[in-house]
Design a protein around this ligand. Structure first.
Ligand SMILES: *Cc1c(COP(=O)(O)O)cnc(C)c1O
Length: 396
């Protein structure tokens, strides 16, 4: 019955964040199989793109791709990222966005997150740019590395939007492109507007643990038709003449298949219910933890409507006398999956030699944070079990 850290949930166990397949998935996928349209040319791909664009409020185009990582990779290329350029991003994030910067031969620079929201700290972005960068002609350079700074990449972490207004203002004042990594936060809103629409170009993921899933999948969102066209071009091997196999540049095979898009259409039909479930789970955790000393519930800024993708708490070791990792092991012994947050990216061996600018909060959060079971399909009884076990951990 016990839950090894990193294991997948099965009989009787309570997993961290599992897919919920309860709509037209079987029907739509069967349509693909029956018709033979299984690959990336097929009606569901365009339909999924259109329905996502509509969901995000129209005025944008969506280009479906194989996963969120490829969406980020292509977005960076479209933003004009060149080898040896730099991209500013939070030190606290899953590693994918930083890796995609490296795919381009460019360098991530890690900034801190805000204590209150856990998201990229806009004041720190401002002070980095005013203290550490200088304008030469029309372009911005990092004083200490000498490299050109090209873009800012805010990540909407854990289902909650980054503080977009000051981030975008600051970035645009400095002539930087904004690439929004909204892969963890589809469905969330910033000042009433959906995440995934704030970047000059934005990215979504439909990985198995994300709010809606296609098994694996992603999307590029932009309101610039020429950028959307370029995304289609680059993700289909940059074909200039498909018949004669003429390719204008080195492209990629990054298009989503019709099978996956079929699943995406079915999942998107259920998104409002999924969000309601996530917010219900968050409200019950919040209520249970509010009055416990030593545990901090997950924040939601007043300007935000979070989808609480992964409900995460902070454990104060000094007050509790035990750590987030010990709580994780205790939950695991009862078949309940919990997980720490990511190693801060400036500590990652994979990203050695990248600059970090005064990163403190990201490290403190990572020491104390624990993500709790947050699956859309988790029952209230299951959640009660999780809450009760955590409460006994605090009986000391
Ligand atoms: C999940 C995730 C991605 C990448 O998504 P994949 O579809 O798994 O490639 C990118 N950025 C962040 C912050 C993520 O959590």
């Amino acid at each position: 019955m016990s839950f090894e850290p990193g294991a997948v949930a099965g009989n009787g166990r309570i997993g961290l964040c599992e897919p919920h397949i309860a709509g037209n998935e079987w029907i739509y996928i069967k349509e693909c199989l029956d018709s033979g349209w299984v690959s990336s040319a097929g009606n569901f791909v365009g339909r999924f793109e259109q329905e996502m664009a509509n969901y995000l409020g129209g005025g944008v185009e969506a280009v479906a791709v194989v996963n969120g990582t490829s969406a980020l990779h292509i977005s960076l290329l479209i933003a004009g990222l060149q080898p040896d350029d730099e991209v500013l991003m939070p030190a606290l994030s899953f590693i994918a966005p930083a890796n995609t910067v490296r795919y381009c031969g460019a360098w991530p620079v890690f900034l801190d997150v805000d204590q209150e929201t856990w998201q990229l700290n806009p004041a720190q972005l401002e002070s980095f740019l005013s203290e550490e960068s200088e304008k030469r002609g029309k372009e911005l350079f990092n004083r200490s590395t000498g490299r050109r700074i090209k873009a800012v990449l805010p990540v909407d972490l854990l289902g909650h939007p980054a503080d977009m207004d000051p981030i975008i203002d600051t970035a645009h004042q400095h002539g930087l492109v904004v690439i929004e990594d909204a892969t963890e936060s589809l469905g969330a809103k910033y000042k009433g507007r959906p995440v995934g629409t704030f970047g000059d170009i934005s990215c979504l993921s439909f990985n198995g643990n994300k709010l809606i899933t296609t098994g694996g999948g992603g999307m590029i969102i932009t309101d610039k038709p020429e950028w959307a066209a370029r995304a289609r071009y680059l993700t289909t091997q940059a074909k200039d003449d498909p018949l004669e196999y003429i390719h204008g540049e080195v492209g990629f095979n990054y298009r989503l298949t019709n099978l996956q898009a079929a699943m995406g259409c079915a999942q998107l039909e259920q998104i409002d219910k999924f969000i309601e479930a996530k917010r219900g789970i968050a409200a019950r955790y919040e209520e249970a933890f509010r009055d416990l000393t030593g545990i901090t519930p997950m924040p939601q800024a007043e300007w935000a409507q979070s989808v609480f993708w992964l409900y995460t708490v902070l454990i104060d070791e000094e007050l509790v006398g035990s750590s987030s990792r010990k709580l994780m092991l205790k939950l695991g012994q009862s078949g309940i999956q919990a997980r720490p947050l990511w190693q801060p990216l400036h500590k990652s061996p994979a990203l050695a030699n990248c600059q970090a600018f005064q990163v403190r909060v990201a490290e403190q959060l990572q020491n104390r944070a624990l993500s709790l079971p947050s699956s859309v399909g988790m029952t209230e009884n299951q959640q009660k079990m999780v809450i009760q076990l955590i409460a006994t951990f605090f009986d000391f």
